[in-house]
Design a protein. Structure first.
Length: 323
């Protein structure tokens, strides 16, 4: 079986950390674990300036390098995964394209820290004919899939409103659901953004604001803290007499009050943390890797829609910073 070589740049949480101390196939939350277990890929090296992270990676996976240039000179991988800090993304991608021969780049979101920088990187990848895709693994979340099916089957029909509660930053957290909302309902009308609050949680900036996506009124509520110091992300869709909720990542299961149940004719919790923990990230990474294989084999036409929606999200973030 043909295997594609993979170089992993950035050995932090999503790169290696989240499932490092969990048995290999029990829970797959990182690129290192997922690529090492996938039959179509060979993880040939990891890259990080932190020597302690490199030592941990070497114990479990493969050789490491302190710089991108060293990785390319030694292995010249066909696929590059960029999971380093956001502020390094543009320089890392430029270096990959300048001295490597990438068949594809998989980058953690956001592409860069600003719309302007991301636009330049997007143009560079287009000019170099290097496909680049951003990782949005929550697209495979059970609740998101159910919502998509309900919209396609016209079981969920506007008018309705959407609430998104999130921690750990607008770009890092709520962008998962914003990506899906824009994809389904149309671009967010930037002139309709109204900022309620801007607060700081550790290194993250959380915005609370009102917006219109397509014709859907949407409220984003940035939380000042997260439950058990974990990432908090919840989406609720309020229809005329129904409420649908998606809860995941750090949310403890709760019994909903009878008052809340009586207020809505139908209350449906689309998924909970345990479902998400067992299935969603695994499916998200798996689906993304299938997409990579299809793109490299030319079985699937490359679309920049993934990047285009990400650019829209960055444009919104830039707009929020000015409010």
């Amino acid at each position: 079986m043909l295997k594609y070589t993979v170089g992993l740049i950035g050995l932090g949480n999503i790169g290696m950390g989240y499932d490092y101390d969990i048995p290999n196939s029990e829970s797959i939350f990182t690129h290192a674990n997922a690529f090492s277990l996938h039959s179509n890929f060979e993880l040939v090296g990891g890259c990080d300036p932190d020597i302690n992270k490199r030592k941990r990676f070497e114990k479990r996976y493969s050789q490491t390098f302190s710089s991108v240039s060293q990785l390319i000179q030694a292995e010249n991988p066909e696929i590059f995964v960029v999971s380093s800090p956001t502020k390094t993304h543009d320089q890392v991608i430029k270096e990959i394209i300048e001295i490597g021969q990438p068949k594809l780049i998989l980058c953690e979101k956001p592409l860069t820290s600003s719309y302007k920088k991301s636009k330049l990187i997007n143009n560079l990848c287009k000019a170099s004919k290097v496909p680049i895709i951003l990782n949005f693994p929550r697209r495979a979340e059970i609740g998101i899939k159910k919502i998509k099916q309900m919209i396609l089957s016209e079981k969920l029909i506007p008018p309705f409103k959407v609430n998104v509660f999130y921690s750990k930053g607008f770009l890092n957290s709520s962008s998962h659901y914003l990506y899906e909302l824009i994809k389904k309902f149309g671009n967010l009308r930037v002139n309709k953004i109204k900022l309620f609050e801007k607060n700081y949680y550790k290194k993250f900036i959380n915005y609370s604001f009102f917006s219109i996506i397509g014709k859907i009124p949407t409220v984003f509520q940035g939380l000042k803290y997260s439950i058990n110091d974990n990432d908090y992300l919840e989406l609720s869709i309020h229809c005329k007499k129904s409420l649908y909720e998606i809860k995941s990542s750090g949310v403890v299961k709760k019994k909903y009050s009878s008052k809340r149940g009586n207020f809505y004719d139908k209350f449906i919790a689309l998924n909970h943390f345990e479902d998400y923990k067992k299935i969603s990230i695994v499916n998200g990474l798996s689906n993304g890797y299938k997409h990579i294989i299809n793109l490299i084999k030319k079985n699937k036409k490359y679309s920049f829609k993934n990047i285009q929606i990400s650019l829209e999200i960055l444009k919104i973030n830039d707009k929020l910073k000015k409010l």
